[in-house]
Design a protein around this ligand. Structure first.
Ligand code: NAG
Length: 230
C-alpha cells in the first residue's frame, strides 16, 4: 500500500493541521522552534521529514532547517528552498530525483530577501543580517539545477515521481526560486499534492491534480522533486 512510504504516512497524519505563517520569526534570537500544531508549507515538510528520518527529531530538524546543521543567527536558517535542498543533499538525507530524470536545467537567481528586507522582521532592523543574506544569495545564484517544466507533467504524474516525494514548485517571480512545497500523493491514478495550504488555512490533499494547480497559477513554472534518502 502507498502509505507504507514513511514521508507520506507521517504527512497524512498532519491532515487538518492549521496553517500559520511566520511561526519561526517570533524570537529575537534565532533558536530551534518546534511548533507542529501550526505549520506553513515549508515547516510542514520539515517536521514530516524530521520525523521520517527517525531517532532524534530535534537533531534531524536542526540539520534540515539550518545550513550544515549549525544555528548561527537568522541568516543561518535555510530561507531559500534551493539552499534547503542543496543542504539536504550535501548532508546526505535528500536525493535530487529531478536531476536523474529531467534534462531541463535552470540557473538560480535569488535576491528577494535582501531586496525586500522590510518584509522580514529579522532583516528590517538589521543591515548586518541583510548583508549576510545577500552573501548567501550571491553564493546560490548562478548555480544550475534540474527542473521539470509544468507542460511536461501530466495529471497522472510520472513513473519516477513516487508517493512521498517532496515537490518544490518553481516560480518566475523575480529574485525567488520556489513558491510552494508539498508531498506527492497519488489519488485514483492522479498525482495530487499533500500540502499546508495558505488559502484553505490547513494541511490538505489537493482537490485537483498537481498539474492543474500548476496551470492555474501563472507564476508557477514547474517542479523540482527530491526524495528522502534511505
Ligand atoms: C519560507 C521563508 C523562510 C521561512 C520559511 C518557514 C522566504 C524566501 N523564505 O518561505 O524565511 O523560514 O518559509 O516559515 O521567504
Amino acid at each position: 500500500p502507498k502509505e507504507s512510504n514513511p514521508v507520506l504516512r507521517i504527512g497524512t497524519g498532519y491532515l487538518g493541521t492549521k496553517y500559520v505563517a511566520n511561526t519561526l520569526d517570533g524570537e529575537k534570537e534565532e533558536k530551534l522552534i518546534v511548533q507542529t500544531q501550526t505549520v506553513d508549507c515549508l515547516t510542514f515538510i520539515e517536521y514530516v521529514l524530521a520525523q521520517a528520518l527517525g531517532s532524534s527529531f530535534t537533531d534531524n530538524l536542526q540539520k534540515i532547517r539550518y545550513r550544515d546543521g549549525i544555528i548561527d543567527g537568522y541568516p543561518s536558517r535555510l530561507h531559500y528552498t534551493s539552499d534547503w535542498i542543496e543542504n539536504g543533499v550535501r548532508q546526505g538525507f535528500l536525493t535530487d530525483v529531478t536531476a536523474a530524470h529531467s534534462s531541463q536545467t535552470m540557473k538560480l537567481a535569488v535576491s528577494y530577501m535582501s531586496t525586500h528586507a522590510n518584509q522580514y522582521k529579522q532583516l528590517a532592523g538589521s543591515p548586518e543580517n541583510v548583508k549576510r543574506m545577500a552573501g548567501y544569495e550571491k553564493a546560490l545564484s548562478g548555480k544550475q539545477v534540474h527542473w521539470l517544466p509544468k507542460a511536461k507533467l501530466p495529471d497522472a504524474g510520472l513513473p519516477w515521481i513516487e508517493a512521498g516525494d517532496l515537490i518544490a514548485i518553481t516560480t518566475n517571480q523575480q529574485g525567488l526560486d520556489i513558491a510552494h512545497v508539498g508531498i506527492a500523493d497519488y489519488q485514483d491514478g492522479k498525482l495530487h499534492l499533500l500540502h499546508a495550504s495558505s488559502s484553505l488555512g490547513k494541511v490538505v490533499i489537493s482537490d485537483e491534480p498537481l498539474s492543474r494547480m500548476l496551470s492555474n497559477h501563472k507564476s508557477w513554472t514547474g517542479i523540482r522533486v527530491v526524495r528522502m534518502s534511505h
